[in-house]
Ligand binder design. Sequence first.
Ligand code: MN
Length: 499
Amino acid sequence: MTEKGLESQFSSLLKEAKVYLKNKDIKTVVSAWDFAKSAHAGQKRLSGDPYIIHPLEVAKTLVHWKLDRTSIVAGLLHDVIEDTEYKEKDIEKKFGKPVANLVNGVTKVTSLRLKGSREEVFIETLRKMILVMAKDLRVVLIKLADRLHNMKTLGALPIDKQRENALETLEIYAPLSERLGIGEIKGRLEDLAFPYVYPKEFERINKLSKRYYEQSQNTVEKMQQRLTKELEKNGIKAKITGRRKHLYSLWRKLERKGIGGDFEKVQDIIALRIIVNTDPDCYGVLGIVHAIYKPVPKIGVSDFIALPKPNGYQSIHTKVFSPNSHIVEVQIRTHAMHDQAEHGACAHWMYSSEKNKGVSDRELEDKGIKVGSKLSWVKELVRWQDELADSKEFLEAVKFDALNHRNFIFSPKGDVYDLPQGATPVDFAFVVHTGLGKYIRGATVNDKIVSLDQKLFSGDVVEIIKSKEARRPNRDWLEFVVTTVARREILKEARKINN
Ligand code: MN
């Protein structure tokens, strides 16, 4: 790519960012671009392209997700610490601490590779990753954007690297984006990784599905036209699109028991998506759809509006017979639900940044931004890794209990701490900050007042009730604390009296 080409791509990024960023933020983005260009000057990607294309693509994705200035700047600089002579300090000096922290977080996650390792190493690495990512959701989002571009350009890497990265994408990054509710990127990551990890299966499914997709394309177009007319008649404004199942998830489904590779048995290869303005419209559309196309008995309707999925996903799904009696899935949702489904965690992030600007919850909901706290997505990450640790898929024959000794303990703000088994609120206080250990008056666990020797369990939210003045840690606490840091600090203070 020519330098002119690069600059014009960057200008289109700016154009998109100007829609929601302030002028002074745009200026910072421009100076990050200049800095990144000079830092990576002369470096090339394995494809032979100038290196700077990569951070540019990452930043473009972040703008597409409407992330804030700090994220975009960090996206442009995300490989500077790892690949150039500049250090975290240099970034901090030029762009401030928040940007430096993000870049540092992304660098740390990148260095944690899951090299075809044994299961326990895999889970252990994942655990470390989650601790780094949980500090700031933006680290995860930048990492996902980074992975997306690296997967698009994977062909330029040596074969063994291709497989390794593609496998890591399937095992970590795709499920991660699913847990964060960013549906848009999950399917794309999987489809990019698919041919590298399972080349033969990919070939086969790709070929077989082509015919099937072509046939159904026709049907879907017909249904689309008919429904557009009917909805108009009924005064419902709707956007109707056809959607085909991603290839990787199609393959996984075909492999399932009871399906045995039979395309006819996969009922959502082709789906119609109907997007409307209000919740009541969703149900109105459902009635109209069923009036025209018979719903398939028994497998019928799922109402994820009344009962959202754990990651926040909302929609109504129904399966109906198409005019040529194929089964077609129809998904009905509002624009706000659609945004949430495609950009889940990004919307969470937007929420907290808008919130800081003093926008009310009501206004945010109106904009389709789901109200959620940091605690909820961090807990979702932790729950995911707990499930992985339990999952037979990863740990088939391995009797692995290291993870059982792990306790992820949360602060009310959603910061997560990794404490050993048997840890108590006193341990928690000292791990959060040694200074906090001097202000312990009491503690709550999950909003209930508890005694200080209460044992903590993974998932607990702990808050230390602080005393007004610093006081000497109680010597008796030595009876029950289990962390080195708590023990050391309590002993240190105790010795001060004796001397
Ligand atoms: Mn990168």
